[in-house]
Design a protein. Structure first.
Length: 303
């Protein structure tokens, strides 16, 4: 493209920028009112385990603060959101949260939810419970606290939710693909889930082969071909910050984990460029810089 003076002009492709965080676990040390997110993008993705919906008023205060400083906040529910209350109660709290006037209409709770935020970009969000295989059922039940801390929650119900989420995701991706073909206009897909859609790479290498790993991730990519139509997939739950490309999908996580806030037992570590780095409380593994949580981390979807 040339301007009137014969000079070549370059136009940037349109893009959307999202700040991504998960597994803040604000219930640890009651940090709902003290944890600060430095704004780096117009849109905020919170990929689950932000805190407990049982702590409704404090949880609301934190979310309301984010809605006041971001144009939109996209929240996926993690397993910890339901600790101390039933699944039904948790979903009711989440719905109430979304409708609360304090969130300014900017909060979107993604519970098998599709949002077309741009003619060229669809967001698909769900918890995506993992699939717990029969041979690992007993060890998962004994090691994972969900089945003690969420009233009436069982492995069977967990697996049923996994199947519902997976079926919904596949159907929505197929639908978006069909719409793109009919309109001859490509549409990018951003998936946000709490549990991970692949095992290898989503957890610390020393945890990948553990029998209770079924509670954290399920190998879906490479198994269901339609999932490879996703441009970017944001996940959490594994407490392992990482980013890589697999089966044509860009996978990314930015997970804080169970930590204490600034000034509490020295858990806040100053990193390069004055960026705050957070270390997992009680972790057995030393994290490399690229696997450290960064509250300023963003992704850009180019369309």
């Amino acid at each position: 493209m040339f301007n009137g003076k014969g000079n070549l002009l370059f136009f940037k492709r349109p893009s959307s920028r999202f700040q991504i965080l998960s597994d803040l676990h604000l219930e640890v040390g009651d940090q709902y009112l003290t944890y600060h997110i430095p704004v780096q993008a117009p849109f905020l993705i919170l990929a689950g385990d932000i805190g407990r919906l049982q702590d409704y008023d404090k949880y609301l205060s934190f979310i309301a603060t984010q809605c006041a400083q971001f144009d939109a906040v996209y929240l996926v529910l993690g397993n910890h959101e339901f600790y101390g209350i039933s699944r039904t109660e948790g979903l009711a709290h989440a719905q109430r949260l979304e409708k609360d006037a304090k969130t300014l209409g900017r909060l979107k709770v993604l519970y098998r939810t599709r949002l077309d935020i741009d003619p060229s970009l669809s967001i698909l969000g769900c918890t995506l419970q993992s699939n717990i295989r029969p041979e690992n059922r007993a060890v998962v039940e004994s090691r994972v606290k969900d089945f003690q801390r969420i009233p009436n929650w069982t492995v069977d119900l967990h697996n049923e939710e996994h199947q519902r989420d997976l079926d919904w995701l596949r159907a929505e991706i197929d639908s978006i693909s069909s719409e793109s073909e009919l309109s001859s206009k490509a549409k990018h897909i951003l998936v946000i889930s709490h549990h991970a859609p692949i095992k290898n790479g989503s957890s610390h290498p020393k945890n990948e082969r553990s029998p209770w790993g079924d509670a954290f991730a399920t190998d879906l990519l490479g198994v269901y071909k339609e999932l490879s139509k996703v441009q970017c997939w944001v996940f959490g739950h594994t407490h392992y910050t990482t980013q890589w490309r697999e089966y044509g999908v860009n996978l990314v996580s930015n997970q804080r984990g169970h930590v204490l806030g600034p000034g509490q037992n020295g858990q806040n570590v100053e990193g390069s460029n004055t960026r705050d780095r957070w270390r997992v409380l009680g972790s057995r593994f030393k994290q490399k810089e690229e696997h450290c949580f960064d509250p300023r981390k963003c992704i850009t979807i180019r369309m």
